[in-house]
Design a protein around this ligand. Sequence first.
Ligand code: BGC
Length: 766
Amino acid sequence: MKNRHIKWGLAALLPLLFSCGGSRSEMDRFIDELMGKMTLEEKLGQLNLPVTGTIVTGQAQSSDVAERIRKGEVGGLFNLKGVDQILEVQKIAVEESRLGIPLLVGMDVIHGYETVFPIPLGLSCSWDMAAVEESAAIAAREAGADGINWTFSPMVDIARDPRWGRVSEGAGEDPYLGAEIAKAMVRGYQGPDNSLSGNDHILACVKHFALYGAAEGGLDYNTVDMSRIRMYNDYFPPYKAAVEAGAGSVMASFNDIDGVPATANKWLLDDVLRQEWGFNGFVVTDYTGISEMIVHGIGDLQEVSRRALDAGIDMDMVSEGLLGTVKKSIDEGKLSVKAVDQACRRILEAKYKLGLFDNPYKYCDPEAAAKFVYCPEHRAAARRIASESFVLLKNEPFRGGKILPLSKKGTVAVIGPLANTHTNMPGTWSVAARLEEAPTLLEGLQEVAPDVRFTYARGSNLTEDPAYEQRATMFGRDLHRDPRSAQALREEALRVARGADVVIAALGEASEMSGESSSRSDISIPAVQRELLEALLATGKPVVLVLFNGRPLTLGWEQEHVSAILDVWFGGSEAALAIGDVLFGDVNPSGKLTMTFPKNVGQIPLYYARKTTGRTLPEGHWFEKFRTNYLDVDNDPVYPFGYGLSYTDFTYGETTLSAAEMPWDGSVEATVRVTNTGDRDGKETVQLYIRDVVGSVTRPVKELKGFRKIFLKAGESQDVTFTITRDMLAFYGSDLQKAAEPGAFEVVIGPDSRRGTKAGFELLGR
Ligand code: BGC
């Protein structure tokens, strides 16, 4: 008790330092003093992160948590929800453990807390960095009031294989956009300047470091093998950007890299993360990341724990390997106490920066929780932001007029297994969501268009295979399988469709068909739903496909046969209302894809920033012998990266450059005139792509280097200018040093990665 009072006394002298991130020397002295009192066991306790509570995000569970906190064996906890419960464990730590060190309390606050925003892949399609930051700030405010001080987000893994279920959790395929989003998320969680002030900002955790999105075959947790030049150019930028933005923690990934699991990869965690990038926060493993290395086959628990700590892991999520074996390794001379001290210090620093030593109950604020969690303002923001994330994939004339937007009158049939489900609306990884309260699509539409007569039929189950459906509807996201036959369900749907003016077909994936451990080898709309869609189209009624999906799907057939397709991902707790806002034209859709949609699984990986081969096929061609092509499918996607339509039309003028040459220390301005030529106001994301025509190593055919989301009234034009600097032309060469090389560059500004107008300039030498 006495020690603790001395400690709080010191902290109390420094109130201002807590609010501005802390001064190193004061923080150092404080931690020196505290660590001076700690036994080796207590230090190891700080490195231990057991799981408890009702939220399930993995297989193992810890028991006797309260007793273990008292003994000083716990540095943090996760998966506990509710301010009262968290207050209880925090009190045990502060009042009943010998040194009273407060706990980190983590949670997967991935795309919102109780107010849920679109799944990250959807959110990225808004291309709206203010919206991304706002969503993270709201999530932090809700979670921060409710006891959580640490979120396992942002997930910034570049993903180019849509078979991988976790593409839903990231920002898609592009390193530049991914880096911008990573920064915005960190700002949102940790606050401007990483102040972590008040309880409305919480500690971010950048994950999964690294290359998790490149798992072979799109199979979760799988092996990764990649050249370093590709890591540095394509996969590292978002992690690096998040670290530079000040993210306080990093989570190691499950996969191996160069034959060494990331959790024990010293090159990755020390050379790259700490030495090259200057990361000074702490590194946590992923769930059982240490003990899983036994299965990877690199040692027993003692050996893998030793390797993890030695590589740069500071905190052990669930494995209990550090707590259980490190003392033995030290006694046997296999590890130094210094390694433990260093990790312990990093954990204590994070707690200090969070202000927990100043006020351990800072994040347990029932009043603020009651005020902010799931409040109307947050839900309104979630609705607005969700509507920005939807991507209009197709809106072609049907019998003379476009189907979308719908008018708010007449009879609309809402059909499909996703038309009337609450629990599937928020999307995967929304562990704090009020699943049952999320309005169903049908309810949302009714609220947005009260004068419309809505009719409903389920039409089909999610799939015809109950076992598959079971796997795809975990975590309370139940679709309540209808026992009737596919034919009976379809016939009922057709009756309902025939009685309507328009049909909305709510089809695609259930929420848990993407996310962790949800890889698919066939990424089409399940057959029974496709058959339903075909039957609905055959009625001759106008059909809008409202597509729910956590990943790109293979939509060649749908693109060919359906006149109107709106991709709504999983839009969060307010998704249904936002879908109504867009379908009925209160909001003009403006989302653009951040992952390429392939024609079939065989084309994967398919991404816009590909390289040429020596035998590249010109765009728009298909088969030529001795060229890089398939016999049975061309090389084009169904929808390219950056693609998305609007209810209005935008035209692009010529791209003009301020100069044909860029001096080594200079810049060039690239300008394009964008005009809204349609009859509705709308937003457009103008995209800048650059190609390095000749390099010392092969370079992608184009790379996104800038974008601007603009608003144009009907008939209005705007000149959009990007300043191109040398830094934007730089890349990592064979020596893994980043540099620009003099020579020719092509610039394309356009509405997506396939269209636009081109110009060129030359970067002059030094
Ligand atoms: C996931 C992480 C998550 C962790 C804690 C793991 O299975 O890979 O993304 O943060 O569980 O729930």
